[in-house]
Ligand binder design. Sequence first.
Ligand code: ADP
Ligand code: MG
Length: 189
Amino acid sequence: MSDTPHGGEGSGAASLKAPSSALHSPLSAASCWIGLGANLGDASGTLQRAVAALAALPGVWVVSVSSLYRSAPVDAAGPDYWNAVAELGTTLPPLALLHALQAIEGAEGRERPYCNAPRTLDLDVLLYADQRIATPELTVPHPRMAERAFVLLPLAELAPERVSAAQLRAVAGQRIDRVADQAWAGLPA
Ligand code: ADP
Ligand code: MG
């Protein structure tokens, strides 16, 4: 793999502008990056609904969404995963954002029978501005993101400065395919 992070021009990432109401918000806004994954049921359809659900959250707007990827499960059995990363702007503090993500997971029927179990929808906070958070409920940056091609490749499309060439080389052996250009529905034009 070259030292150039995956993505950039023509990568298929969809970019969106913040709504004017957000730009004029009196609250301070933060950029954050969310990992989306699903491997049960209509997984790509679930990710479509999840992006629309993120866009509908109060205090959240979707800045951009990566290409859609298909990857082999890491440290688990089961069907392939469908993955993407979304960049959000938000006025929600980190824990409130996590709880909003968990509510979207719940609405998609997420169950947690055991660690790394197949899932209808997984939404993880990868990065929240430049914050480092270490609480029992929330760790940011996400503690396992650097081990996962399915996080690093889509993240590198949206925020290449947040992913190093060395990190990409370290996950180069993981099976992952970028799915042909994906239009994300449910977002404002
Ligand atoms: P997975 O690690 O496979 O994504 P879950 O989605 O079931 O597992 O999450 C397990 C727990 O991880 C959640 O209850 C949540 O409190 C915690 N957690 C810690 N840091 C994060 C983070 N950055 N994003 C999402 N969940 C997190
Ligand atoms: Mg999770």
